[in-house]
Design a protein around this ligand. Structure first.
Ligand code: EPZ
Length: 420
């Protein structure tokens, strides 16, 4: 097994490039199934989850090739509509293959999707199943698999009783090839959803309102395919900004979209972290002292749950008390116990709320990465802790952050990947 070994105290400097968004790549890869034409993907993040997604796609008969840094996806020969359990259970985003297969082939068979330990139970998919039924599909369950069939999906009106990113993206894709009009209400508004709609509209779909709570889709007979460049990852952007602030370093974050992390930058202004935002870059400047600020995670454009754990770590170095309220996922605060083991002053108020008092000195520890966002947080904590920090189960980190150790070494971090 591999692990990361980090020696704390190094000052970071220089510049770091943000990679393509994991949570957009994991939608655009299955979205290629909506068309029999070729999709050409650039700026693909080379991470474990996208490798799993491409494996799953090729297990369906897709022809995937690489031309320098572009992926060419040819689904003209795809006939298989059953998702392989071995692969699908490895990551939650396997659920994104259901809508395009159902819309294009009229049937799909799949296991309950896998993924992180966060979230109540095993990450529910009730909103997806109800949405497909609203579109006229028949849903059944046998031998641990869901089977969904529909001769032809018909437009409908569907109201999401919980705001869900992947359920919004799934029903948007399914409705794009349905007959008639679909109106989705109480939709998620993440930038990745708008980006998906822009790509589909460029290739013949008729989707209005993506990025707002109400999305209207006119079903079309066929959707083409073409070039797509994966947008920069806003969670990587925010994570690197927090890392620079926590280590009191000057760091230029390049190839990013500052407007997609506006809530974090607005908080940085309030707590006194110096930075300059350009059109596609953020320069974090040295800041000796910054204060605490309460957050409550919320759907976009609110504070993203995927930045909650790095932000919680930042608050261990802030002056004052910060209430962190995680409203999206159960168990997404459990990692704070690891920070407490490193010396952080954290009070667990209830499973969704903690108070972080700072600043406190952290001590290096031997840790296990519970999920990818808590995993990167342990790396950040190791960078500021005294002494050595080792992190195992780093597959969880490699799921979402491309070559993170070599990229951090290039800006001065003392981090090594050690294989037993
Ligand atoms: C997406 O997950 C992201 N994953 C998550 O990133 C992200 O944390 C989350 O959105 C929120 O922003 C991908 O895009 C692949 P949800 P998703 O459905 O869509 C409940 C990461 O670290 N729910 O928006 O699965 C659910 O339990 C990952 O990159 C239902 O109840 O999240 C949660 O409480 C983690 N029934 C809430 O909705 C459903 O059918 C929001 O989850 C679906 C979801």
């Amino acid at each position: 097994m591999s692990k990361f070994v980090i020696t704390g105290g190094a000052k970071l400097s220089g510049e770091i490039e943000v990679r393509g968004t994991k949570n957009f790549a994991l939608k655009i890869i299955p979205a290629s199934l909506l068309s029999k034409e070729k999709m050409i993907v650039s700026n693909m993040p080379e991470i474990e989850d996208t490798k799993r997604s491409l494996e799953l796609l090729s297990s369906l008969g897709s022809k995937i090739s690489k031309d320098s840094d572009k992926y060419i996806i040819d689904n003209s020969e795809v006939k298989e509509t059953t998702l392989s359990s071995d692969i699908a259970k490895k990551f939650r985003a396997s659920v994104m293959f259901v809508a395009p297969l159902l819309a294009r082939f009229g049937e799909v068979k799949f296991p309950h999707p896998g993924g992180c330990v966060i979230g109540a139970g095993s990450r529910p998919i009730d909103l997806f199943l109800e949405g497909y039924q609203a579109l006229g599909a028949k849903v059944s369950h046998k031998d641990g698999h869901y089977i969904i069939k529909a001769d032809k999906l018909k437009g409908c009106e569907y109201f999401f009783t919980t705001v869900s990113v992947t359920a919004t993206e799934s029903l948007l894709m399914a409705a794009s090839l349905a007959s008639g009009t679909t109106v989705l209400k109480n939709c998620a508004m993440e930038p990745e959803i708008e980006e998906l709609a822009v790509y589909l509209n460029r290739n013949g779909a008729k989707i209005e309102g993506a990025g707002t709570p109400i999305i209207k889709i006119e079903g079309v007979k066929e959707i083409g395919a073409g070039d797509i460049e994966i947008m920069p990852d806003r969670i990587e952007t925010g994570t690197f900004a927090i890392m620079a602030a926590a280590t009191n370093s000057e760091l230029l974050i390049k190839n990013c979209r500052p407007e997609n992390v506006q809530i974090l930058l607005e908080i940085f202004k309030k707590i006194g972290i110096n930075f300059e935002a350009g059109e596609f870059s953020i320069l974090i400047k040295k800041t000796e002292k910054f204060t605490s600020y309460n957050i409550k995670t919320h759907e976009y454009p609110g504070f993203p749950t995927d930045l909650q754990s790095p932000y919680t770590m930042l608050m261990t170095q802030a002056h004052g008390s910060a209430l962190i309220h995680e409203t999206i996922y159960d168990r997404r605060l459990l990692f704070s116990d690891l920070l407490a083991q490193m010396g952080a002053n954290i009070i667990m108020c209830d499973p969704h709320r903690i108070v972080v008092n700072g600043p406190t000195k952290l001590q290096g520890k031997e840790l296990t990465s519970p999920d990818l966002r808590a995993g990167i947080t342990m790396i950040l904590a190791g960078l500021i802790a005294e002494g050595k920090t080792t992190i195992d189960n780093i597959y969880q980190i490699d799921r979402g952050y491309e070559q993170i150790d070599s990229r951090l070494r290039s800006i001065g971090a003392k981090i090594e990947r050690v294989t037993d």
